[in-house]
Design a binder for this molecule. Structure first.
Ligand code: DOR
Ligand code: ZN
Length: 347
């Protein structure tokens, strides 16, 4: 028997679109289902100024195939040289919707990130004043801290002190991967939100490492133990307003994923909505999918929800997704959950 649900068109509150041939090749994968996305600024070189964000937005819109509608919500990459006045002007013009904090060295193209938070306090104070959210890659980078503990240590040693110092600052904990992250977000009040990726609802660290290393499951923050995946499932399917979808869909060509030093990132843009329907159905929470994917994010960012709807249909037969998206930059492997999925987005 087929089953179907209709939800408002979703948005992706954390997305990597890259640039050039990669952007051209993968943008339709997001624009097919999503109305808007918060666009990560970790290009080479990074998107630091309002002028650079405007130029990047124009390149994204130029890459959008005719007949597709999609609105990129731009972000600025926070550096120790960022000018508070430039951030304020970019926000006031409506161009920029958030600023991204990458602790230096935390992940792909993060070397221009922040080493000393004191140096960016004037920017953060300005953001608190104008209500512009800070999106955080919440991992410490200290060599002594185990990679599986980096999120929890970030919350205790960086995020909580920062929020005590500047409680008016609106913060999004990006791609939370731990029970600690989910709990902290739920207790943070209206100025705190958290995005959750599709893949962190599906894989734990065993999926990456048991039976041979699976480079296409490697991302940052790295997937944790099963109890953390279950905590994320409870969070996402709770419908609570602090949790919303940010896929962190992060394309890298196969040659760089299947490599002696493989890049971090799971590419989920193509099948995210089908996978989420599967996950939410499994947890008897299909009625909460719209809140997670389409309502909670706009509410946090103070934007209207989308008027259009999308239809998700569950078929008798398992659905097929492309194994790879072929781009002029090279092939990109689509995230494979490792089990059959019967859901599909239909017109
Ligand atoms: O897995 C990830 N990939 N995590 C990040 O934080 C960055 C992203 C990328 O840009 O590839
Ligand atoms: Zn990301």
């Amino acid at each position: 028997m087929t089953q179907e649900i209709l939800i408002r068109r979703p948005d992706d509150w954390h997305l990597h679109l890259r640039d050039g041939a990669m952007l051209q090749g993968i943008l339709p994968e997001t624009a097919r289902h999503f109305a808007r996305a918060i666009i990560m600024p970790n290009l080479v070189p990074p998107v630091v100024t309002g002028e650079q964000a405007a130029a990047y937005r124009d390149r994204i819109l130029a890459a959008l195939p005719k007949g597709m509608t999609f609105t990129p919500l731009m972000t600025l990459y926070l550096t120790e040289g960022t000018d508070p006045a430039d951030v304020a002007a970019a926000a006031e013009s409506g161009l920029v919707k958030a600023v991204k904090l990458y602790p230096a060295g935390a992940t792909t193209n993060s070397h221009s990130g922040v080493r000393d938070l004191d140096k960016v306090m004037p920017v953060l104070e300005k953001m608190a004043e104008i209500g512009l959210p800070l999106c955080t890659h919440g991992e410490v980078t200290t060599a002594e801290v185990d990679i599986f503990d980096r999120e929890a240590v970030f919350i205790d040693t960086v995020l909580d002190p920062l929020r005590c110092r500047l409680p008016e600052l609106r913060v999004v904990m990006e791609h939370i991967t731990t029970e600690e992250g989910a709990t902290y977000a739920a207790e943070g009040g209206p100025n705190l939100g958290a995005t959750i990726t599709t893949h962190h609802l599906i894989i734990n660290r065993n999926h990456i490492l048991v039976g041979g290393i699976k480079p296409h499951y490697y991302c940052l923050p790295v997937a944790k133990r099963e109890k953390h995946r279950l905590a994320l499932r409870r969070a996402a399917t709770s419908g609570k307003s602090c949790y919303f979808l940010g896929t962190d869909s992060a394309p890298h060509v196969d040659a760089l994923k299947e490599h002696a030093c493989g890049c971090a990132g799971c590419f989920t843009a193509t099948n995210t909505m089908a996978l989420l329907a599967h996950v939410f159905e499994e947890d008897s929470a299909l009625d909460k999918l719209e809140a997670f994917a389409s309502l909670n994010g706009p509410a946090f960012y103070g934007l209207p929800v989308n008027d259009e709807k999308i239809r998700l249909v569950k078929h008798e037969l398992a659905q097929t997704f492309p194994e790879k998206i072929i781009t002029e930059a090279g092939p990109v492997t689509v995230f494979n959950p490792g089990y059959p999925v019967h859901w599909a987005v239909e017109a």
